[in-house]
Each structure stands twice: as structure tokens, then as C-alpha cells.
Design a binder for this molecule. Structure first.
Ligand code: SF4
Ligand code: SF4
Length: 416
């Protein structure tokens, strides 16, 4: 008897799924990605930013949406089968159920069956509880989430979020699982619109149909319960490659290559003898090149929003409020400043170029992280220090911990 053919895709998929699962847990706990709605803070790529920084949020959202579009357009359902947490949860639930049934020799109508399903349900509830904590940590501080999970009455709104999410995950893992992928997933519907003849898909090689021994293994291993021989691009197919591994194994024992492959949607007669490097990465046509360029553009915009901002920008407009009395001449201005850093800033405002005794009020400006602010300010000069009906060139100085901005403007002294 020939040796078993080692699976090509299953081990790779499992490694990637585990890594993605660990990343999903690590991101909120290490502040890699988290929108803390209570503290008004947005963490992205381990940088702390203000949640009201709408430009940054916009570009991060655009990058995320475009990345999903690009992956779907080039690689089809690879996201579903290899990365999506819903598939990870379904695979875990199905695999645990099969292992428990085997270990306890569970069969319907026997006590072992009830025991196997009981253990399975408890394990899924525990996992759903942990997943609820992790998902809630994307929106609340992990410490808050932990406290709400252990002492729900101490923080009822947070506890409702944690236990609400855990309940949803539990219902999904116990009853929904792959039904969601097949019937309700909006991403699946989007993929139907995006995929075309050059999108990567799992394919049955019709041109070699004579080699098929009709063993049905590709159907029995399919987690979605479909028959890949009916054609590529079926709505339910999650691109997991389990059918390809099964066919490799069945036909490998007969010394024949498997009949199921990951293929870009190229027809056999159009298939070049060797793929170029760009084709290997899925860049088969100009449309795909444009999508990849779009991805680079959005990544560059996010990087610019994060690292390319000037720490402090400021401008001033004379408000026209000019007055004079026995003690001082006063000019009003409107000062606008933008904090480009992810930290709160306390800036000092002062004036250059005016006679001694000139003061500005307020002299301190507090800016939230990545925030813009416009405030009225008043510059006062002792009455005897500036002659009537003169215009003095001056500079407003706004000094932040990272540097300073000097804004040229004028100070008017009206007639007595
Ligand atoms: S047809 Fe193959 S690739 Fe598609 S879901 Fe089923 S086993 Fe996975
Ligand atoms: S596993 Fe391969 S040989 Fe068996 S039915 Fe499927 S395609 Fe045919």
C-alpha cells in the first residue's frame, strides 16, 4: 500500500489560523488596535492617538476596507478559510466535537453521547466567555473589562458589553457556526461582486476529469458540505483547501496527482507555461495593479497621519476688538492652533516686538492630543508705550514642548 500523501494546505492553514487568533487576542491587550470609547483614545499600531482625530480614523478605516477589497479581488475566499475568526471558531467547535465523540465513543442514544455534548458545550461556553472579554477589550480598557467580568454589579454598562458579546459568541459557536458563512456573511456577498476570472479560487481540474475515481472524499471532508466538482467560486466555498489535500491523498496512493488546486481563474488553454513573479502574487492585469497601488496609497496616508504631522501649527487673525484707556491699549485676536502629536500639549503664548510691559492673556493654551482649538486672546500694551495712531509690527510666539511657532502680525494703537 502506498504511503499517505502529506497534506499541503491543512498544516499551513492551521498555523496561520492560530497566529491570527493570537494576534486578535494580543492587539487589544497590548494597545496595538483599540478604540477606547470611555477614555476617548484610539490606539493604532501601538501608537496612542485621540479618538476625535477624524482624519486618522478616516484613513485607517479606508486602509482596512481597501485591504479587504484587495485581498478579496486578488485571492478570493482565502480570507474566509484562512484568517476569518468566524471560521477559526467553527473549526475549533467542529474539531472539538469530533475528538470528544471519538474519545468517548459517543453515539446518539448513549450516555457517552450526552457526556460528550455536555463537555463540548461547557468548553465552548468557556471559550465564548474569553472571546467576549477580548472583543470588549477593543472598546474598553482591558482592566475595566476584567473588573466588569468578575464584578458585574460594580460596572453594569461594561458588564452588559462583556456578557452581551460573550452571549453572542456562545450562540454563534453552539448553533450558528458555518450557517453564518453560507447564508448571512456580508463579506461573502461582497466577494460575489468583486471576484472575476483572474481571482484565486479552489478549482477542480475539469480537464483531468478522467482521473477522478468518484471516491467522494473531497465532499466528505468539506466543512461547508459542498462538492467542488460542481465548479469553482461556489458561494459556500471558503477556500480552505481541505478537498485538495483529500484528493492528493486519495490519488497519491495511485501515483496520480490530485485533481483539486488553488488556481487563478485562468482557463487551462490561457495558462502560461511559467508564472511571472507578478502573476504569482496575483497581479494578473492592470486592474489588480491599480488595486495594489491603492493599498499602498492608503497605507502611506495612514503613515503620514501618524508620523508626518507637524507637532504644532498656529495662526492668528485680528478680531478688530481694539480699545484704549488711561492704563493700556488692547488688541483682540483669534488664535487657532493644532496639536499634531498624540500627547496633550500645554503651550505658552507670548509676544515679541512690542514695548516693555506688553502682555497677552491668556498666556497658556492647553491642547488635547491631535486636537485643534481656536481661542480669543488679548494683547495689552501700557498706554504711554505706543504713540496714538501707530501700527507696530509684532510677532505672536506659541511655544510647545516640541518647538515654537512665530506668527507675524500687527498691533494698532488708536487715537486717544
Ligand atoms: S470546496 Fe474545498 S476549499 Fe471549498 S470549502 Fe469545501 S473543502 Fe474548502
Ligand atoms: S477526492 Fe479526488 S478522486 Fe475523489 S471524488 Fe474528489 S476529485 Fe474525484
Amino acid at each position: 500500500m502506498s504511503a499517505k500523501t502529506p497534506a499541503r494546505w491543512h498544516p499551513l492553514r492551521r498555523v496561520l489560523q492560530v497566529l491570527c487568533g493570537l494576534l486578535l487576542v494580543a492587539l487589544p491587550l497590548t494597545n496595538g488596535l483599540r478604540l477606547d470609547v470611555r477614555q476617548g483614545v484610539f490606539y493604532f499600531a501601538w501608537h496612542k492617538m485621540a479618538a476625535h482625530d477624524l482624519m486618522l480614523l478616516f484613513w485607517v478605516a479606508m486602509l482596512g476596507v481597501w485591504a479587504l477589497v484587495a485581498v478579496s479581488f486578488l485571492y478570493g475566499r482565502v480570507w474566509c478559510g484562512w484568517v476569518c475568526p468566524q471560521t477559526l471558531a467553527s473549526d475549533f467547535a467542529d474539531s472539538l466535537k469530533a475528538r470528544l465523540d471519538k474519545a468517548l465513543r459517543a453515539r446518539r442514544g448513549r450516555a457517552q453521547f450526552v457526556l460528550a455534548r455536555g463537555v463540548w458545550s461547557l468548553a465552548l461556553l468557556a471559550m465564548a466567555w474569553g472571546t467576549g472579554l477580548v472583543v470588549a477589550s477593543y472598546w474598553l480598557a482591558p482592566r475595566t473589562v476584567g473588573r466588569a467580568a468578575l464584578h458585574p454589579l460594580a460596572d453594569i454598562p461594561a458588564a452588559l458589553v462583556v456578557y452581551g458579546l460573550a452571549g453572542l459568541v456562545a450562540a454563534d459557536m453552539l448553533w450558528v457556526r458555518r450557517k453564518f458563512c453560507a447564508n448571512a456573511c456580508p463579506y461573502g456577498a461582497m466577494l460575489g461582486l468583486l471576484a472575476d476570472t483572474n481571482t484565486l479560487a479552489v478549482r477542480y481540474l475539469d480537464e483531468r476529469a478522467d482521473d477522478c475515481i468518484r471516491c467522494g472524499r473531497c465532499e466528505t471532508v468539506c466543512p461547508m458540505g459542498i462538492d467542488i466538482k460542481q465548479g469553482a467560486g461556489q458561494m459556500e466555498c471558503i477556500g480552505c483547501g481541505e478537498c485538495a489535500d483529500a484528493c492528493d491523498d486519495v490519488l497519491g496512493k495511485r501515483g496520480v496527482a490530485g485533481l483539486i488546486e488553488f488556481r487563478y481563474g485562468v482557463q487551462p488553454e490561457r495558462m502560461p507555461p511559467a508564472l511571472t513573479r507578478a502573476q504569482k502574487w496575483g497581479l494578473w492585469d492592470r486592474k489588480r495593479g491599480a488595486v495594489a497601488l491603492g493599498l499602498l496609497f492608503f497605507a502611506a496616508m495612514v503613515a503620514w497621519q501618524m508620523f508626518g504631522r507637524v507637532p504644532l501649527t498656529a495662526s492668528v487673525l485680528a478680531s478688530g476688538a481694539i480699545s484704549r484707556d488711561a492704563r493700556a491699549v488692547r488688541n483682540g485676536y483669534s488664535l487657532s492652533a493644532v496639536n499634531g502629536t498624540p500627547q496633550a500639549q500645554t503651550d505658552v503664548i507670548s509676544v515679541d516686538g512690542l514695548p516693555p510691559g506688553a502682555v497677552v492673556a491668556p498666556s497658556v493654551l492647553r491642547l488635547a492630543p491631535r486636537a485643534a482649538l481656536t481661542i480669543p486672546i488679548m494683547v495689552s500694551v501700557p498706554a504711554g508705550a505706543v504713540p496714538a495712531q501707530t501700527r507696530v509690527r509684532m510677532r505672536l510666539r506659541v511655544r510647545s514642548p516640541q518647538g515654537q511657532v512665530l506668527i507675524p502680525t500687527f498691533f494698532y494703537a488708536p487715537a486717544r
